[in-house]
Design a protein around this ligand. Structure first.
Ligand code: GUN
Ligand code: ZN
Length: 442
């Protein structure tokens, strides 16, 4: 059924890091987004579009709000929802003390289903409509995730973690079982409804050479699928990876050698990238998921965002939460922390660039910029409506924010999941929150 939503509309047509804002920005003060059969069919000034729409099409009006493309979280771990904010130390200890304990529970499919449902509700509450998701080593954790995702008809990317060493025995597969299970899961899920599959080697230190070989092979054998992993997050991790693969020139070279770079490969972090690492990612079309709340929480370091987004060897870069290393589901919070990291690197991340990174930029990192991440006719109708009066402080502060850019910057600095007023998936309203009472409806 055709329907429309009306209000202030914000989206980006191009990359504001490299193209002037006037050529990127799409903004309508009184705009209309028309949707039918899961797609956006028209976007533009309300007065003009309403003339053609006729009286029978329902129009929902959002006042004191901003209609945006749904946020995209291009790196997150659903099984880690239960360990968000776990105290203590950096990556390797945190993995051993919390992550590997929690992930063992996902051998139980019912448990995984319950966790996937909670996770998906949380991302909808945050205004996130697509995520690239790590499951666990258990194939049933992937079934559970995609079954829950299909109930809401979400465009999500996910995969079974591949890990055959340096983890508890109940969390490891073998090169052969990892390959076989991945192949079966691809056949079962990739392209089914809106599901997309990502071959998911956890990171080089938890895969043997044989598993690294077979991981590259299974990805190559299934064109159109994704590959997601971690790289260059933490100094101790980088040294460990080098020790384990002594004949490789660098951590990035390990993935390069095993055929795990290229279009639709996306790696969390890249915090300690060298110029050579950026060049290899750039030339191969590999993407980075920048995970600010995680990098700060785990004390990993300060990602060079400006370097990644500009220059001759720029890299497709999207914003991500990396929860449970990350500490918040809201991409507004990721933007806020990305700003602070950039500040410490001598770069002031403006609000348009930050909003781009969580929408069209993240879609570009996932090679999905032609179908999600923008308010544009023909795009899938995944939207979020941001409440400019979500909290008393936000309403008070925004009264003193003049320009659109200032308002967006205030939103990303003060905002969190309370700001998501409505989330639409494929044209359907799947989550709403009442500004006055905070009451929620799924
Ligand atoms: N590196 C390998 N596994 C993980 C993980 O689960 N979280 C983070 N942040 N880094 C990792
Ligand atoms: Zn991660």
């Amino acid at each position: 059924m055709k329907k429309a939503i009306r209000g202030r509309c914000l989206s980006y047509r191009d990359n504001p890091f490299t193209t002037s804002l006037k050529d990127c920005l799409f903004y309508e003060e009184d705009g209309l987004v028309v949707m039918e059969d899961g797609k956006i069919t028209a976007v533009g000034p309300a007065h003009a579009l309403l003339r053609d729409l006729g009286d029978t099409v329902p129009v929902t009006r959002y006042r004191d709000a901003l209609i945006c493309p749904g946020f995209i979280d291009c790196h997150v771990h659903y099984p880690q929802t239960e360990i968000i904010g776990a105290f203590g130390k950096q990556l390797i200890d945190w993995l051993n003390n919390y992550t590997f304990i929690a992930e063992q529970k996902f051998a139980d499919k019912d448990y995984a289903g319950m966790a996937a449902e909670i996770f998906l509700k949380e991302i909808l509450r945050a205004g996130t409509t697509t995520a690239a998701v790590f499951c666990t080593v258990h194939p049933q954790s992937v079934d559970a995730f995609f079954e829950q995702s299909a109930k809401i008809n979400m465009r999500n990317i996910a995969g079974k973690v591949l890990m055959d060493r340096h983890a508890p025995p109940t969390l490891t597969d073998t090169a052969q079982t990892g390959y076989d299970q991945t192949k079966q899961l691809i056949e079962k899920w990739h392209g089914k409804g809106r599901a997309l599959y990502a071959v998911t080697p956890r990171f080089a230190p938890t895969s043997s050479e044989e598993q690294m070989e077979m991981t590259g092979a299974v990805w190559k054998e299934h064109p159109g699928t994704y590959l997601q992993s971690h790289v260059s997050e933490n100094r101790q991790e980088i040294d460990w990876a080098q020790e384990l693969f002594p004949s490789r020139k660098s951590y990035v070279d390990i993935y390069h050698h095993y055929g795990q770079l290229g279009p639709r490969a996306i790696y969390g972090h890249g915090v300690h990238f060298t110029e050579e690492d950026f060049r290899i990612f750039s030339e191969s079309g590999t993407a980075i998921a920048h995970c600010p709340t995680s990098n700060l929480f785990l004390g990993s370091g300060l990602f060079k965002l400006e370097r990644s987004m500009t220059g001759p060897f720029s890299v497709r870069t999207g914003l991500a939460t990396d929860l449970g290393g990350g500490t918040n589901f809201s991409q507004l919070v990721s933007m806020n922390e990305a700003y602070k990291i950039a500040q410490l690197n001598g770069f002031s991340l403006d609000a348009h660039k930050a909003f781009y990174l969580a929408t069209r930029g993240a879609a570009t990192a996932l090679y999905l910029e032609d179908s999600i991440g923008s308010l544009a006719a023909g795009h899938e109708a995944d939207l979020t409506v941001l409440d400019l009066k979500a909290t008393p402080l936000l309403a008070y502060r925004l009264a003193y924010a003049g320009s659109l850019e200032e308002q967006l910057f205030t939103l990303m600095t003060l905002g969190d999941d309370r700001v998501a007023k409505a989330t639409y998936i494929a044209g359907d309203l799947v989550y709403s929150r009442c500004s006055e009472t905070g009451a929620e409806q799924f």
